[in-house]
Write a protein that binds this ligand. Structure first.
Ligand code: GRF
Length: 195
């Protein structure tokens, strides 16, 4: 059977992209078929080259054009999209027109610690400075507002006394790397995800 074709969109280091690439390298049902970045020097593009996956740097005019994006997804026969550290809003027109699921991962338990301006290290700094007892990860569908799409999966992480924002970030990233490929696989195959 033809593999389900996944595109990953990112803006930075792409450590989640790497865990997804590695996971699906052992699985013939899903293929990482395209990597897109809005940053020309993002490390995620180097990871794509190392893994021999077609990759594309999209200019501002391109990422703002739903027609261009739909054309690129169609040319690569993309069935679903996983945002992994993608720092831009996805065009609402594109979201209406793209047929498959579009997922994102966020390094906290949404709806807490989400929304515009709460990304990357800032999330962990806010969690630690508020003396929260737990944080975690959220995998959700993407809609026209930052971090507000339907939640598909969450995993909690207990914060141990004395943890810095940096330590929390490292522990959250381990959870992301474990869970994101597995949840993508469930969504790709239309299987239930048990929350
Ligand atoms: C992750 O923490 C993810 O939750 C957030 O951005 C970060 C991306 O890191 N959306 P990487 O580029 O996958 O290393």
């Amino acid at each position: 059977m033809k593999p389900i074709r996944l595109a990953i969109w990112g803006s930075g280091s792409g450590s989640n992209a790497q865990s997804i690439i590695d996971y699906f390298a052992r699985n013939s049902e899903v293929s990482v078929s395209l990597i897109l970045s809005d940053q020309s020097d993002a490390y995620i593009l180097k990871r794509a080259a190392q893994a021999d996956i077609p990759a594309y740097y999209m200019r501002e005019s391109e990422r703002k054009s739903p027609e261009w994006l739909i054309g690129l997804m169609s040319a690569h026969e993309i069935d679903l999209i996983a945002l992994a550290g993608y720092m831009r809003m996805v065009s609402p027109v594109f979201l209406q027109r793209f047929q498959g699921p579009v997922l994102n991962i966020h390094p906290a338990l949404l709806p807490a610690y989400g929304g515009k301006g709460l990304f990357g290290h800032r999330v962990h700094e806010a969690v630690i400075s508020n003396k929260e007892k737990a944080s975690g990860i959220t995998i959700h569908r993407v809609n026209e507002r930052y971090d507000e799409g339907e939640i598909i999966f969450q995993q909690q992480l207990i914060i141990e006394p004395g943890w810095s924002a940096e330590k929390l970030g490292e522990e959250v990233l381990k959870l992301e790397h474990f869970w994101y490929p597995r949840i993508i696989e469930k969504i790709a195959k239309n299987l239930p995800v048990n929350l």
